[in-house]
Design a protein around this ligand. Structure first.
Ligand code: PXP
Length: 241
């Protein structure tokens, strides 16, 4: 069984900071606490509208943390330039719509293959690992492979929001997608909407090697503190593995 890494997404520390426009709470401090608490990587999404993480946060994160930085970004010329300048360990390309509350679905790499190709190529040429955030569908995985992506991150939002039989059906889709990803030589990650209640069955999928979790952990940190929230997620991941 591959070890399972935990990437902590610190975006929503910046959401709270930005509500007042000052410097507190600082997402870089959160990243340092996450590292101490057992995170294996730090994930941050620099959105086009800068609603949470700022350009300065990305540069400060890169300078301050020893853990790998996973930069989530839309495929735009502006974001590509920032990625090439910052040189994160990995870039996770995500779809982005200005009005959405969060990333609502995966990229449609089948439809947007030609558009995405130069972005993937430029990032790879710069030595940055490229992850494509996709729905757990075989055509999306096969096309990600054809694009030479290093990683696919499977969108777990549908699974996390479903209940009962619907949730089981979504879990089966993620299991099948993980198997196909590994078979094709793609590193398989998963994320979006994961909580204490939903993490177990995802962590138990042997082909998945990294989970990226944000909103739930930052929310839980209000009640228990960030380090205990991360430690409890880590404990549940390990127990399910
Ligand atoms: N992975 C990707 C690609 C994402 O876009 C997000 C949300 O920014 C996450 C993981 C984390 O999702 P959540 O904040 O719901 O845990």
């Amino acid at each position: 069984m591959h070890p399972l890494r935990l990437g902590v997404n610190i975006d929503h520390v910046a959401t709270i900071r930005n509500a007042r426009g000052g410097a507190h709470p600082d997402p870089v401090r959160a990243a340092l606490i996450a590292a101490e608490a057992g995170a294996d990587g730090i994930t941050a999404h620099l959105r086009e509208d800068r609603r949470h993480i700022s350009d300065a946060d990305i540069f400060r994160l890169k300078a301050a943390i020893a853990l790998p930085l996973n930069l989530e970004m839309a495929a735009t010329p502006e974001m590509l330039a920032i990625a090439l300048k910052t040189r994160p360990n990995a870039c996770c390309i995500v779809p982005e719509k200005r009005q959405e509350i969060t990333t609502e679905g995966g990229l449609d790499v089948v439809r947007d293959r030609a558009y995405l190709k130069p972005y993937v190529e430029e990032l790879l040429a710069a030595g940055i690992r490229v992850s494509l955030f996709i729905d757990p569908e075989s055509a999306q995985i096969e096309t990600s492979k054809a694009l030479n992506a290093t990683i696919v991150e499977l969108h777990t939002g549908m699974y996390c929001h479903a209940t009962g039989q619907g949730q089981l059906k979504e879990l089966k889709r993620i299991q099948a997608a993980s198997t196909l990803s590994e078979k094709l030589g793609l590193e398989c990650h998963a994320g979006h909407g994961i909580s204490y209640d939903t993490v177990g069955p995802i962590a138990a999928i042997p082909e998945i090697v990294e989970l990226n979790i944000g909103h739930f952990l930052i929310g839980e940190a209000i009640f228990t503190g960030l380090a205990p929230a991360i430690a409890e997620m880590r404990r549940r991941m390990d127990a399910a593995r």
